[in-house]
Design a protein around this ligand. Sequence first.
Ligand SMILES: [Zn+2]
Length: 481
Amino acid sequence: MQLYNSLTRTKDEFREREAGKVSMYTCGPTVYHFAHIGNLRTYTMEDVLEKYLRYLGKDVLRVMNITDVGHLSSDGDTGEDKMLKGARREHKTVLEIAKFYTDAFFSDCDKLHIKRPDVIEPATGCIPEFIEMIETLLKKGYAYEAGGNIYFDTSKLDKYYVFNDFREEDLEVGVRDSVEEDTNKRNKADFVLWFTKSKFEDQELKWDSPFGVGYPGWHIECSCIAGKHVGEYLDIHCGGIDNAFPHHTNEIAQSEATYGHEWCKHWFHVHHLNTNSGKMSKSKGEFLTVSLLEERGFNPLVYRFFCLQSHYRKNLVFSWENLENARTAYNKLVSRVASLLSSPDGELDAVAFEEGKRRFTDALDNDLNTSLAVTALYDVFKLDTNNKTKLALISDFERVLDLGIVDAAKAEYEANQKNEAESTPDVSDELLAYINAKIEERRAAKKNRDFATADAIRDELLAKGITLLDTREGTKFEIAK
Ligand SMILES: [Zn+2]
């Protein structure tokens, strides 16, 4: 599989270290508020990647952290503590806030068919691991103490700016004017590994450590949590593109400084979800959540479909109108699958199955092109084969796309059957046999292009109060009461 790698800035053949076993790390949410649908776009695309790796027969171990401490409002260690902010807003403790929004996050994920990672680890559960890594970094000379905090010294690395699109100036992004620069830092890009009481006197969660009572910085948690569950080598690291710098850059810096070798070969970044007024955020414009989509009458899986219709490395523009279009397309797709269910019998056509599947894997093997994979799904309807094969292909693709269309189609088909049974006129067997014979006679006449006879049969029935209706599923009839 070819997959774009932010580290090499090319599409690379994705290769795990140990054949067949993939270790995958995902930066989890900071649980101080609901996730907005822009965050969830990232998790949706990562979910497709994970499911595709599994589809290819790989054994995936996916690890995710939950940030419940240490994340300040700017990713560059300035501003307010996000968890404290959430706790104050809702008059709750930090741990109550963390529990509530962790549950809310996974409930949103369930609605979007985002599989839960194999390992989910809150940052507050790994304090001993953080302390151990920070001690190693101090011992190796990559970290220093200043003003009570422990910092990572970025000048000790040969190459700090590994994702070349980013520069020192980018550190200014997100920093509000009112925030004072941290004068303890030796270099502008240095970052905090451990805060002590020098910051936030009202910090709720604090731990004892060899560096003083305090709490960890944000970046250290991902390195340690990955190390704890995966070891010193990681196959692929995922996240939103806004985390590439400084967060992922810092994860690489501290992991490689600790281990003394390359840490993670492949970096997968999902691009932004924008609104017409720019990048989506919690503080700007309408706060778009899964609950809001539901309140507006949208099935969350329509949003998943909307995400899959575009490539993960392109910015995607959200508008209610775009989502409405996705819903129309989604519902049509479900109806088309439902119509296949009316005659699902026959033998599986292995040649057509392989042909359909090849189009699907070709799309995803090419940098996870979900938009083309959705096209491959539409192509199934055009295949010259029976419904059984088409349904088998759609179910196969759903192992990755997970749009819920097969279940929705079954429900629609059953509802149709029920409606039909209810609307079938109550007629005697004798009359039914007569009408069916006439319908068959008319069909044969039409086939022979004898339209005069066909029309005469229709008129003959009409005179008896029986109206024929030609539908996609064949000719039906209604009897005047
Ligand atoms: Zn992270």
